[in-house]
Write a protein of this length. Structure first.
Length: 68
């Protein structure tokens, strides 16, 4: 039997990424951070958050320019 990945909170995502909880909420609204609403709480799968980060989801507009 394989273990199901647990759902984690905003605080756990913030700690995992080393960012403020406010940033997590801002990314949900403005950058489509993969999150699921459960009642009044936001829940996340860290694998989805990591994939979103690796795909450039958290990049600032300035970060997309490459050097010469």
């Amino acid at each position: 039997m394989h273990e199901q990945e647990p759902w984690v909170s905003v605080a756990e995502v913030a700690k995992h990424l080393g960012i403020a909880k406010d940033t997590v909420y801002r990314w949900i609204e403005s950058k489509s951070l993969p999150a699921h609403r459960v009642g009044r709480l936001w829940k996340f799968k860290l694998s989805q958050v990591d994939a979103w980060i690796e795909a450039g989801g958290a990049a600032e507009p300035d970060d997309t320019t490459e050097g010469p």
